[in-house]
Design a binder for this molecule. Structure first.
Ligand SMILES: Cc1ncc(COP(=O)(O)O)c(C=O)c1O
Length: 444
């Protein structure tokens, strides 16, 4: 089966089970912050691509870590042993999320710091004149670390240009960039600005033909898609737990053989080759709880058996999440496109739903993105404005420095929230161009 254009292994027995309804109210009840109000109205959170809210179980896991397990690594006493067990379990959980082993997961402060860190080790194996490929669609966190090591080591950087019409990366534009000196291709699994999903398996196959490694930024993809690092044959996959209902923590999958082989920038006594310094252990406790939260949705709404391995429950959960989110997104896209003065960037239309996440980048004629976000914020609606560090893309779209308004749907959003957002956007757009509000009666 495919989900979001990605081949994923069907959880066992999944096709034989009638799919339970995704109960968004029950999901929301698990997130304390979703009860927040602003000026008497419920807050509506469309800021997920910048960081999601967290369920009570994550809050509780972090608090419980401090109450029961707070200690440094490797001690001969109970709290240290508990802390180490939690951190190991967090590695296993994140391995399950990406379809890899827990010993192939590197934890660190965030994706950016981990990528700077690993890029230094990767580049230490390269020679002047070797080539790396970055994309003009990506978040700068998967571009600038490679530019930095290229400057340090005399590497050549080639840029895979996106098609600005639909904000996609085309494989035929990658092919001429690949050659016998290509050592690494850095690309995003999905764009955090416009939602484009990239064909990672095809990119990996091309990179491997010339002997290059593939470093994938899955930060935006992780809350939306079933991910399988092995199925797509990526060498590195980076993500950030705070984008999928957990604490501020980063995680990178690296192929075991590469993690063993790459030179490590570490202090002599440290056991772990890439996790430097004292870890964010409470964050690891929260990460474990976040993955377990997602897995619980697989049993509740994805048709997976409660007793199935966590990996199976996660795949089922992400498939159920994807269906709910894209139903909402289709409704949002159709309605915002009927508002005069609103422009939507990137892939559009039902035929392209498979190729995108539920993340909409828009502008409204006559208003800056900050003005739009401020007006929505006054009404208790959280959206981001700017370039979200997808700076290269926003420049290529001619929208720098103000950027776009980003509406990021997640699985805890509802149809009623989408309708409320569309109503507010229509009112904002109408005031900007001075025409009557359009009828927003179409349904989907
Ligand atoms: C696609 C993408 N990549 C990388 C990052 C950077 O992640 P972190 O904040 O964990 O460094 C972000 C954060 O917004 C992102 O959306």
């Amino acid at each position: 089966m495919t989900a979001g254009g990605i081949n994923v292994q069907q959880p066992k027995g999944y096709d034989r089970v009638a799919m339970p309804t995704f109960d968004v109210d029950a999901v929301r009840a698990r997130f304390p912050a979703l009860a927040l109000t602003h000026d008497g109205r419920p807050m509506a959170f469309f800021d997920g691509p910048g960081g999601t809210q967290v369920p009570e179980t994550v809050i509780e896991a972090v608090a419980r870590y401090y109450r029961e397990s707070n200690a440094n690594h490797g001690g001969a006493f109970v709290t240290s042993a508990r802390s180490d067990a939690i951190v190991e379990a967090a590695h296993e959980a994140l391995g399950d999320l990406l379809g890899v082993g827990g010993d192939e997961i590197v934890l660190g402060p965030n994706m950016t710091t981990l990528t700077f860190h690993l890029s230094r080790s990767i580049a230490a194996t390269l020679r002047p004149g070797d080539e790396v490929i970055v994309s003009g669609l990506d978040h700068q966190a998967n571009v600038d670390p490679w530019l930095a090591v290229a400057a340090d080591r005399g590497l050549v950087v080639r840029t895979w240009e996106p098609n600005v019409g639909d904000c996609t990366l085309r494989l035929e534009d990658l092919d001429p960039l690949l050659g016998e000196r290509t050592r690494l291709v850095a690309v995003g699994w999905a764009s955090n600005a416009v939602g484009t999903i990239n064909p990672i398996a095809d990119i990996a196959a091309r990179a491997h033909v010339v002997g290059a490694w593939l470093y994938v930024d899955a930060v935006h993809a992780a809350p939306h898609l079933p991910l399988d690092a092995l199925a797509v044959d990526a060498d590195f996959v980076a993500c950030s737990v705070y984008k999928f209902f957990g604490p501020h923590l980063g995680a990178v999958y690296g192929r075991r053989e590469l993690l063993d082989r790459l030179p490590a920038y570490k202090v002599r006594p440290a056991e772990h080759r890439f996790e430097t310094g004292t870890g964010n252990f409470e964050g690891a406790a929260g990460a474990l709880a976040a993955v377990d939260y997602l897995a619980s949705l697989g049993a509740l709404y994805g048709g997976a058996d409660e007793t199935a391995p966590r990996r199976e429950r996660l795949l089922a959960a992400m498939t159920a999440i994807r269906a709910h989110e894209m139903d909402l997104y289709a409704r949002l896209e159709e309605r915002i496109e009927s508002i005069p003065g609103v422009r939507l960037y990137g892939l559009r239309g039902d035929a392209n739903l498979e190729r995108r996440t539920p993340t909409a980048a828009i502008t409204i004629d006559g208003l800056t993105p900050r003005e739009v976000a401020t007006r929505l914020g006054e009404h208790g609606i959280a959206v981001w404005d700017g370039d979200f560090y997808a700076t290269g893309l926003i420049e290529r779209l001619g929208l720098a420095p103000d950027g776009v308004v980003r509406i990021g749907l997640t699985h805890y959003n509802t149809r009623a929230e989408v309708d409320r957002l569309v109503e507010e956007l229509a009112a904002v757009a109408t005031r900007a161009i001075g025409s009557p509000a359009p009828a927003l009666s179409r349904t989907r």
